[in-house]
Write a protein that binds this ligand. Structure first.
Ligand code: SF4
Length: 358
């Protein structure tokens, strides 16, 4: 399986895959999926916004940026007891991973980070995988998260390096890659993907996949988000993403990152059960679910636990157990063996900006 993982996909190859007649593309992606994953298994995560709103960054799609009037009320760092209460309910619903999200530009050492580390330890002790998405972080901070038991760190690339600078000006793509490099110095797994529907071209989408596939090892989890248009943001009136675009993106990601979990994330609530099933057939094997029916904030809807339990049962899929993929190492080298990811390693000019949303 390892031999099938390539890091040198060309844009022309990605375009050829992406533009394959749709049913043939889904068939090919499903075949790749079955070689690397149990096709009857779905990894289900629960997002918890542990610190909401008032973010200084200007990500043009985000309900939590302080630059836009979106109606999202800022909230201080959540108490650990509340986090554990939500995590416990999530575990009972079949969730294997809890993702703790904080609307920070970057992690700052101090009392708040210490509290997050304590949350990571306590949720891990419950027998759940923990992911954090806290913004930029240093290698030392990544190691502290690793020591606390963190399973995954999310840091998305959002889009191509070129398009990134048109949607975010307060960070660069190179900043994102530096944080990814920090995570890759630890055994914390990497969750990194992007968003479609921002106004980007198909080429931008494919360039993002090219960059992700070039990371060594490839991200263990690749979220594909569909823009949820948030009133008050510059992207409130963006065009809908056609369902077929979503299926093509999922299938292409599956083929070029065969061992990764491909995560159908924000925007799934807008997809019919039939389109979701087509995405699962094309290789999406990871989702977010929530009893609140929203993702991090009320601005972005999510299917409920009940709806997802019914959908997975209908499709003959079962919830993946926590920690059941770690031993497989995704068929890729141990992250510690890999050097920090630098822009030059993945074929980007170092001056190119881009960024990601936490
Ligand atoms: S996506 Fe993350 S970094 Fe960007 S504004 Fe929202 S919370 Fe802040």
């Amino acid at each position: 399986m390892t031999a099938e993982i390539r890091h040198d996909w060309s844009l022309a190859e990605l375009k050829a895959i992406h533009d394959t007649p749709l049913l043939e593309l889904v068939f090919q992606a499903a075949a790749v999926h079955r070689r690397h994953h149990d096709p009857r298994e779905m990894q289900v995560s629960k997002l918890i916004s542990i610190k909401t709103g008032a973010c200084p960054e200007d990500c043009a799609y985000c309900a939590q940026s302080s630059r836009y009037s979106t109606g999202v009320a800022p909230e201080r760092l959540m108490e650990k007891e509340k986090v554990l209460e939500i995590a416990s309910a999530a575990k009972d619903a079949g969730v294997s991973r809890v993702c703790l999200g904080a609307a920070w530009r970057s992690v700052r050492d101090g009392e708040q980070f210490d509290r997050v580390l304590d949350m990571v330890r306590s949720v891990t002790d419950m027998g759940l995988e923990v992911c954090c998405t806290l913004g930029m972080l240093t290698e030392t901070q990544a190691r502290r998260l690793e020591d606390a038991g963190l399973y995954a760190y999310n840091h998305n690339l959002d889009s191509s390096a070129e398009f990134y600078e048109t949607i975010i000006t307060t960070r660069t793509h190179a900043d994102r890659l530096r944080t990814i490099g920090s995570v890759r110095q630890t055994n914390v797994t990497l969750c990194s993907g992007g968003i479609i529907g921002l106004g980007e071209s198909v080429e931008d989408r494919l360039k993002m996949l090219k960059t992700l596939a070039a990371i060594q090892p490839q991200p263990e989890s690749v979220p594909i988000n569909i823009l949820s248009r948030v009133p008050g943001t510059p992207m409130a009136d963006n065009a809908d993403v056609p369902d077929w675009d979503v299926v093509r993106m999922i299938a292409t990601a599956r083929i070029v990152m065969p061992a990764s979990d491909v995560r159908l994330t924000a925007g799934r609530a807008k997809l019919s059960p039939a389109v979701q099933a087509l995405c699962f057939l094309a290789g999406a094997n990871s989702i977010f679910s929530s009893e609140t029916e929203f993702m991090l904030t009320k601005a972005v809807p999510s299917p409920s636990y009940k709806a997802d339990q019914a959908l997975l049962a209908e499709l003959g899929l079962r919830f993946r157990e926590p920690f059941s993929r770690r031993d497989e190492a995704c068929g890729q080298p141990d992250a510690r063996e890999c050097l920090a990811v630098e822009a030059s390693d993945i074929g980007l000019a170092t001056a190119e900006p881009a960024g990601v949303a936490s």
